[in-house]
Design a protein around this ligand. Sequence first.
Ligand code: NAP
Length: 309
Amino acid sequence: MEQSPVEKVIIIGSGPAGLTAAIYAARGNLKPLVIAGKEAGGQLIKTTDVDDYPGFETGIQGPELMAKMRKQAERFGTRFIGEDVVSVDLKEKPFVVQIDNRCLTTDSLIIATGASAIWLGLPSEEKLKGKGVSACAVCDGFFFKGKSVAVVGGGDTALREANYLSKLCSKVTVIHRRESLRAQVALQELVKLKPNINFIWNSVVEEVLGNDKVTGLRLKNTQIGEISELAVDGLFVAIGHKPNTDFLKGQLDLDQKGYIVVKDETQTSIPGVFAAGDVSDYKYRQAITAAGAGCKAAFEAEEYLANMR
Ligand code: NAP
């Protein structure tokens, strides 16, 4: 197998965290190599309008924002490989990063592989993604101003999404498959006080209705099997996120849900290996917080490399 020279820093992932890490690492003369993935750009590539990223007063399209970040990273000499990482070996130094047909080695590593929303897995959901089906109220809630929407899930994410949407939408219906919520009690109490949030218990979505846009949902009662229809303009799926860390199992500390365990925001359990963005953050999950963590990870890598010499 082909062997390349040892890199100073490899960044895995090309969302806001990975690209910001690349910009700072390149400016710090670390000559970063980004393993961007076959689907480069992270979750923002699948978003339309981004209205809350500072600096774009009239908003920006997600793919355009990512293209700008990438060009900025390239301007300072970042190199990109459009492949997925197959595995890593962090037990020896330099660290080994295995991509499809090559084995790369590096003195430091920044992992910014993000997280992916868990979807219901319905064909109708897939067909209407971006046409009324979303997994991010902060990203897409604005398009449902004054409209009626549903949120699926009974955890913290679902209730936070419902709470956020209740400030924009005329009506928010939370659909939960059981009759008790998993979310923290304080959040439950907050949401139950909102006059425009109501609950449908013991129910699952069987089908998202609509051709070019969502018009409603077909629901099934999990107790009695009864089928019903609910008219809504949008569906927010909030049944959890899955960090993209399968390739890291057994290599560094992950928590029960698979998120990378960090201290001081970016330091993983392996010195020289840093994490940034949604791969280690289940709480904020914003482009701007991911970008901030990417910047910090680059500084940490620079300091680590300086101390190695
Ligand atoms: P979660 O706690 O795993 O909850 C997922 C919810 O979706 C559960 O109510 C689950 O139902 C439901 N669900 C799962 N699969 C489903 C399916 N196929 N169909 C219908 N419903 C389904 O996920 P989360 O709410 O994203 O939270 C993840 C972690 O992040 C948690 O530890 C949470 O505390 C944390 N978090 C914290 C905050 C915060 O502000 N502190 C905010 C967001 C998330 P069941 O209840 O029946 O299993």
